[in-house]
Design a protein around this ligand. Structure first.
Ligand SMILES: C[S@@+](CC[C@H](N)C(=O)[O-])C[C@H]1O[C@@H](n2cnc3c(N)ncnc32)[C@H](O)[C@@H]1O
Length: 265
């Protein structure tokens, strides 16, 4: 744990947490032995995972610059993760300083770190809520404090939906959120897949974690964009979504799809 780390009291260190495994894979400091072990097992099962998480993070930044560059001034980031520089508000506010952001995550450690480290202001809110209960997000007073659902919103579901099982009806979750968004809003989404390699061993690592890993095919991931229009190049492996520098070596093996779409009607 790093210098700014949240106090360990009350934090579950008996099981790996997705946010902390991801932080470890990104060389962050806000993770525990149990997360490091899971991260190492994941890297052994899926050797591209370290370049994959970086490519996912880079996709997130390009997508945020794209949506803010398109005029959107409100971001609802569900599945924020532990603070990782640059954070979404930093990337967004570099393009337009007046962007407002609601960060949502269901992991109390993310909430605690975000509260401690992020610039909390009239433009930013940090909310503890669960994507599996999407109405609790759109109705949350701290979300409503910064997000006006009568104006276009960029909804970020980046590397989160694969933590929702089919039984939890992820398509319906996205549909509920889509219905809350006015025309002109965007969906920024990435999702893990086994389309490029057998990843059953990677899935097995998450069996011990606080959320399971639910890998989905291109066709399944595309269904999350129902009711939106994908912008060019459509759904792509994250390094190939509007790259602004040459994709890293091994990019074609990365098991993350990403896409950005606009709600037109
Ligand atoms: C892999 S991290 C992704 C972080 C960031 N979006 C990114 O792509 O860089 C996934 C995050 O989703 C959160 N998460 C997982 N299941 C969730 C749920 N049901 N509701 C809200 N957040 C969830 C985890 O706590 C974690 O912080």
């Amino acid at each position: 744990m790093g210098q700014n780390a949240f106090r360990a009291e009350g934090i579950d260190t008996s099981r790996p947490h997705p946010a902390r495994i991801y932080d470890y894979l990104l060389d962050g400091k806000d993770n525990y032995e149990v997360d490091q072990l899971a991260g190492d097992q994941l890297a052994a099962a899926a050797p591209e995972v370290r370049i994959g998480v970086r490519a996912n993070r880079a996709f997130l930044q390009r997508a945020v610059r794209y949506v803010v560059g398109s005029g959107v001034r409100q971001i609802l980031d569900v599945g924020t993760g532990l603070p990782t520089s640059p954070n979404v508000h930093e990337t967004a506010q570099e393009v337009a300083p007046d962007v407002r952001i609601a960060y949502v995550d269901n992991d109390p450690i993310v909430n605690a770190h975000a509260n401690a480290l992020l610039n909390r202001s009239a433009e930013t809110s940090i909310v503890l809520a669960d994507l599996r209960d999407p109405r609790s997000i759109v109705d949350h007073p701290d979300v409503r404090r910064v997000i006006d659902f009568d104006e276009p919103v960029a909804l970020l579901l980046v590397a989160i939906l694969h933590f929702i099982t089919d039984a939890e009806k992820p398509e319906r979750v996205v549909e509920t959120l889509r219905e809350a968004l006015p025309a002109g809003s965007f969906l920024v989404l990435s999702h893990a897949t086994a389309d490029f390699a057998d990843r059953s061993e990677a899935q097995a690592v998450y069996a011990k974690a606080t959320a399971t890993l639910n890998l989905r095919s291109r066709a399944r991931v595309e269904r999350f964009f129902d009711g939106f229009e994908l912008i060019e190049p459509g759904l792509a492996q994250v390094p190939f979504w509007r790259p602004d520098s040459p994709p890293p070596a091994g990019s074609e093996t990365i098991g993350f799809f990403g896409g950005v779409a606009r709600k037109t009607g």
